[in-house]
Design a protein around this ligand. Sequence first.
Ligand code: ADP
Length: 472
Amino acid sequence: MTSPSTTGFRLAAWYTGLFLVSTIGLIGLCYALLASSLQQRDQEIIASSMSRYLSEYRRSGLEGLDRVIASDAQASQHERLLVRVVDRGAAALFVSMPADWRGIDITTLDRAGEETGFVVIEGIGSDASLEVQSVRFRDGTLFQVGKSTENRREILRRFRTIVGWIVIPALVVALIGGSFLTSRALRPVRELTETVQEIVRTGRLATRVPVRQSGDPLDELSSLFNGMLDRIESLMGAMRGSLDNVAHDLRTPMTRLRNVAEAALQGPDDRESYREALADCLEESERVVAMLSTLMDISEAETGSMQLALESVPVRAILDEAREMYADLAEEKQVKLSVDAPVDVTVTADPNRLRQVIFNLVDNAVKYTNAGGEVVLTVTTEGDAVLIRVRDTGIGIPAHEVSRIWDRLYRGDKSRSERGLGLGLSLVKAIIQAHGGTVEVQSAPGEGTTIELRLPVAPSTGHSAPHLAPST
Ligand code: ADP
């Protein structure tokens, strides 16, 4: 139910108020026009009768006047009129009026003679007045023709009654219609409020606002709100997933650390075994620290708080560094590692971060490629973008894993036996995005994988994430 403080109620009240004011204004105007045209019509009747009776009076005197009035009455040519002739001494020479006016005190009409034009004498009947036109001759004789306003008052009274019968139902219809229309128009807002209340009450982000696809702006707002909920829900899901993964991945090294310490305490009391245990503990704790600092790097890059020391970086130099760095490992695995890049391609980036990205990708490519395979690093330009690709002929990534490899701590089924934290690609993506770039993967199981980095030649400072530090 709409309460007086709500927008719906206020809109309905405004709608009804405006409707009422404009209806009353329109009817008032019609009423005034009708009243004035009825009055004009009466005065025209009086004036034309006056001129006919006057000319007859002048031609044939009172007798002629009597005759023409009688013949008019017989022909009921005109509405009922009063005709009065009074001599200079105020003695009525002639009076003609309808029979039912006989009781009227017509001496009041003498007053009308002092005025020119039309004069209304009130109170000749219960509800009527008399409108009189007077002409005074030079000899003092007064000639008057009058007409009752009874007919026109009756017409106006009927008009008022009819208007009353129309306006009251119209007002009710306007009130009900206004409330219905505003309540209908505000339905999306109500549904939006209900959805928000539901989410606040239950904490369930799965609730959605019903959308009608009507193209209405309020409906569009509902769609946008649902879109926002989808986004929040997926972000929350991803956060929860990351948190679960972090908890899970921390538990393993922490348990191992605890077990090593426990075994050392329960074992033989000699210096050598303590040293061995401490070395194991150190290794495990380094693993935990590496994991935590990579996680922090990823969050910094994602939230834009990572400081990027931007400078013009020759890409080929970094690719060559990566090849040298992984040459031994590649040789050991019998994987051919090569760089295919023109010398002059440069990109504006933080060289240390770009190095970290390329090393991570080459590390993966060599790690997931079997003996006899090949890893090729290339760089090309395409319009305003620099494309860096790391292509391998390795084990490839199954289709169902492709969308997940960028998630924090995600590791493919086949990679569990390899060393790694499952954070490399998350860091690659976050750093490249912080530079205003994008990452893409193409992979076919058994055939190989290509990771493509697309970097703008000069990253725009308006990019949402990065806080760029000046190059030093
Ligand atoms: P990891 O430490 O497991 O290598 P990453 O984040 O670097 O973590 O990669 C996530 C997952 O993506 C890996 O576990 C692996 O399944 C898959 N992956 C990444 N690079 C490759 C590649 N070049 N070839 C095949 N699979 C890959």
